[in-house]
Design a protein around this ligand. Structure first.
Ligand SMILES: *Cc1c(COP(=O)(O)O)cnc(C)c1O
Length: 354
């Protein structure tokens, strides 16, 4: 399917709503039925009907179809945060006694789930350096039910070879989940590489305007329907119609925004690298990046997130640097804490800006 068709036309039936170009915002909690029997039938299969907006909603439906198509997936669910998509995807695929194999340093709330919530239900986890496939082979346990990936991951942009991990997992009957927030489906399509479930925080590039929090989870229809009928409905964390409407609007300009972001970032990197106070710039599509070849193989582009390491061994200097930034905002994504393993390493501290 053509990208512009997905973004501008797919799932939009304008004849049904006065030929309006902008999709309708169906801001309703409930839907009414003509007869009790109609209502009864709807209860039996909430996945294919309008019953109550904690389940399906027509505005959300337009968005779902577009996002699933972007991921090259059969189906998807849209949550009211990326964290909720992470939670549902993992919860749906573990039971007491299972083990999760996760790439080290996954997104904060994935980590919290693995370390603080799931151990209460006898679900264990281990973290590995995901840059080498042997590390996965060696760490799989007989009770491993999920391999959790994030590529590129935040801050270090370490990559995992998605096709290799997917084929290894298939052999062992393990479900693979990847956080694709960095690339978005425009620049990386994990499902085409054999990954079972792909999620992203739609808060970032899909929305694109810092005004919505949302998450997407895509995969085979069978799996997505199962998650809908269980975790999605039970946690009640589906996206609300207005936020879905904002995301449809965000999608319209996604391709153009990403192109511009890509261009600006590529132009910025040589300038940052040449700066006398900067030790190092980390960016997956920089030829000096250690996994550059893999990045080129599985990613069509990179986004605007990069890491710069400034020449200092003082946290206070990093803070001063951040406080002096005029155009780059300090927001909750900006970490001032060095990564654990980076502490005291050659006196270099790591700093992240976006
Ligand atoms: C922001 C982010 C999330 C979480 O998404 P929310 O929409 O904030 O819940 C998950 N993974 C990555 C890599 C992110 O950057």
């Amino acid at each position: 399917m053509e990208l512009s068709y997905i973004i501008n036309e797919l799932a939009e039936s304008r004849e049904d709503y006065f030929r309006a170009i902008a999709p309708p915002l169906i801001q309703t909690s409930n839907f009414a039925f003509k007869t009790v029997d109609d209502l009864r039938k709807s209860f039996e299969d909430e996945y294919s009907t309008w019953l109550y907006s904690r389940g399906l909603n027509p505005t959300v439906e337009i968005l779902r179809k577009k996002l699933a198509a972007l991921d090259g997936a059969e189906d998807c669910l849209v949550f009211n945060s990326g964290a909720a998509a992470i939670f549902a995807s993992v919860l749906a695929n573990v039971k007491s006694g299972d083990h999760i194999l996760s790439v080290k340093n996954p997104y904060t709330w994935a980590k919290k789930m693995f370390e603080e919530i799931l151990p209460r239900f006898q679900v264990t986890h281990s973290y590995i350096d995901g840059t080498a496939i042997e590390n996965f082979e060696n760490a799989i346990q007989p009770n491993t039910s999920v391999i959790y990936l994030e590529t590129p991951n935040s801050w270090t942009y370490d990559l995992q070879d998605l096709a290799a991990v997917a084929s290894l997992a298939r052999k062992h009957g393990i479900i693979t989940i990847v956080d694709n927030s960095y690339c978005t489906p425009l620049y990386q399509k994990p499902i085409e590489l054999g990954i079972d479930l792909v999620l992203q925080s739609a808060t970032k590039y899909i929305s694109g305007h810092s005004d919505t929090v949302a998450g997407v989870l895509s995969g085979e229809k069978k799996m997505i329907e199962r998650i809908f009928n269980s975790e999605y409905m039970n946690i009640g964390s589906g996206i609300q119609p207005f936020n879905a409407w904002l995301l449809i609007r965000g999608l319209r300009t996604l391709e153009a925004r990403l192109e511009r972001i890509d261009r600006t970032t590529q132009a910025l990197i040589p300038l940052l690298k040449a700066h006398p106070r900067i030790e190092k710039v980390i960016y997956p599509l920089d030829p000096e990046f250690p996994q550059y070849e893999l990045a080129k193989k599985q990613m069509k582009g990179a986004c605007g997130l990069l890491t710069i390491i400034i020449k200092t061994n003082e946290c206070a200097t990093i803070e001063k640097f951040c406080n002096s930034l005029k155009h780059i905002l300090i927001e909750q994504m900006a970490g001032t804490e060095p990564l654990e393993e980076e502490k005291n390493q050659n006196g270099i501290q790591r700093e992240v800006t976006r």
